[in-house]
Design a protein around this ligand. Structure first.
Ligand code: AMP
Length: 111
């Protein structure tokens, strides 16, 4: 697996070194609008810990962090007004189309 690079764009957003349009934040996660939206609602949710992808996160994060992450995802979908119907996607690895190597999920939906 690719090793974690602290200069990836989402790490910079977490450190406040790059901008984002924040839609949600708590002690475990940050969520912000995708810069190149593929749907009327397109938000990225990232954990605050350093995980390369969904595989890394699932293998290494604590049970508490994993539960907090997925609870935040559904809470955010609700907050965005798409709680009744949305998609959650996570790309793992270059062959899976992953471009940014800090674990994230895409929430997409239509208001
Ligand atoms: P992927 O790694 O394939 O799941 O996709 C990464 C996603 O991050 C793409 O949908 C990009 O549009 C999005 N993205 C890249 N840079 C930024 C940024 N600075 N702010 C918000 N979204 C971004």
């Amino acid at each position: 697996m690719i090793s974690y690079d602290r200069n990836n764009i989402f790490a910079k957003i977490l450190r406040g070194e790059a901008p984002c349009t924040k839609v949600y934040e708590d002690e475990h996660v940050l969520a912000f609008n995708d810069i190149n939206p593929k749907a009327p609602v397109h938000v990225l949710v990232i954990p605050k810990g350093e995980y390369v992808s969904i595989v890394d996160f699932t293998e290494k994060a604590t049970a508490e962090a994993i539960a907090a992450f997925w609870r935040a995802v559904t809470r955010i979908a609700d907050q965005l007004g798409v709680g009744a119907g949305f998609r959650v996607v996570s790309n793992h690895g270059p062959n899976g189309g992953q471009l940014v190597f800090h674990f994230h999920v895409h929430i997409t939906g239509r208001r």
